[in-house]
Design a protein around this ligand. Structure first.
Ligand code: PBG
Length: 324
């Protein structure tokens, strides 16, 4: 019988040894918490399909944001749920719109303690639920949507966003938003580009979180799940248009795309562990089928190992608190 010369198990012998040779670890500063703020409610409302996640009113948003800052996470990513919607998504560009009001409130409360990001997309504000405006045939009109994004970027920067996060997958959106910001004195407001955003079933619970009005799907603007090279193409375009950070979304089913973009890019690359990815872990854990904390940590480690420099996750505060 011959014995192995190479014995990788030597480096797994004790917890201290395993800790020392660990290649990937999480840090609170690279976790970003998506948050929902809803107009016209009094006190937070739980989101049934996302255990532990709520729609905030302004006051509970403020308190939760302070808690998040104290936990040491890197940023917040805000989504607004307006009381009234219309075809153009007027609430998105109104300084009294819920997302802009919430942004101003958090900026006043937190200053620069963490990075305040705003979702720059129309779907929460339109009565048809699409990410842009529609043409006379009911199709999402790319360039008319860009004009709305231009105004939305200015409104969000005025409200105090450090970083705007265009998630609508319109062609040219990053360039138009960069232009809007620069022509209004907001050269320092950065752009988190949802570069490779796929038309995914894993956004299901998010539709509850924002009371989405969508019927149909987003396949004419979000990417086909089978397309890997195209992820790189979208990321390359966004970088050329002036993105400061690139993002891949969802995360766990798109680790190859994340690895590709991360290897090819000189920009930071982030990933979004989306609502359905979070909900699946919660649901399995609630049934006693997996160990919740281990599953959350393992999922985030996997996303980071694939190339994410930071991760948007609904578990951000919990994980940050545990890490500290
Ligand atoms: C669009 C947007 C969506 C998500 C983030 N931004 C929904 C969609 O594209 O259908 C999904 C996030 C999640 O599922 O956690 N504004």
């Amino acid at each position: 019988m011959s014995f192995p010369v190479d014995r990788p198990r030597r480096l797994r012998t004790t917890p201290a040894m395993r800790r020392l040779v660990s290649e990937t670890r999480l840090h609170p500063a690279e976790l970003i918490l998506p948050m929902f703020v809803r107009e016209g409610i009094d006190g937070p409302l739980p989101i049934a399909s996302m255990p532990g996640v709520v729609q905030h009113d302004l006051d509970s948003l403020r308190r939760a944001a302070v808690e998040a800052a104290e936990a040491g996470i890197g940023g917040l990513n805000l989504f607004g749920v307006p009381a009234v919607r219309d075809a153009e998504g007027t609430g998105a560009t109104d300084e009294h719109g819920i997302l802009n009001v919430a942004t101003a409130l958090l900026r006043a409360e937190l200053g620069d303690a963490l990075v305040i990001q705003t979702d720059l997309c129309l779907d929460e504000f339109t009565d048809h639920g699409h990410c842009g405006v529609l043409d006379e045939h009911g199709r999402v009109d790319n360039d008319a949507s860009l004009a709305r994004y231009y105004d939305m970027a200015v409104a969000q920067a005025r409200a105090g966003a450090h970083m705007v996060a265009p998630s609508g997958m319109m062609d040219g959106q990053v360039g138009v938003i960069r232009d809007a910001l620069d022509s209004h004195g907001f050269e320092d407001v950065s752009i988190l580009a949802y570069s490779a955003k796929y038309a995914s079933a894993f956004y299901g619970p998010f539709r509850d979180a924002v009371d989405s009005q969508l019927s149909g799907d987003r396949r004419s603007y979000q990417m086909d799940p089978g397309n890997r090279r195209e992820g790189l193409r979208e990321a390359t375009l966004d970088a050329a248009e002036g993105a400061d950070v690139l993002m891949v979304k969802p995360a766990m089913s798109y680790l190859d795309v994340l690895a590709d973009v991360s290897a090819a890019s000189e920009l930071p690359v982030w990933a979004y562990q989306v609502s359905g990815e979070y909900a699946m872990i919660e649901a399995a854990a609630a049934n006693g089928w997996i160990d919740r904390e281990r599953a959350i940590d393992e999922a985030l480690i996997g996303i980071k190992r694939a190339g994410a420099d930071a991760i948007l996750t609904y578990a951000a505060v919990e994980v940050a608190t545990r890490l500290r």
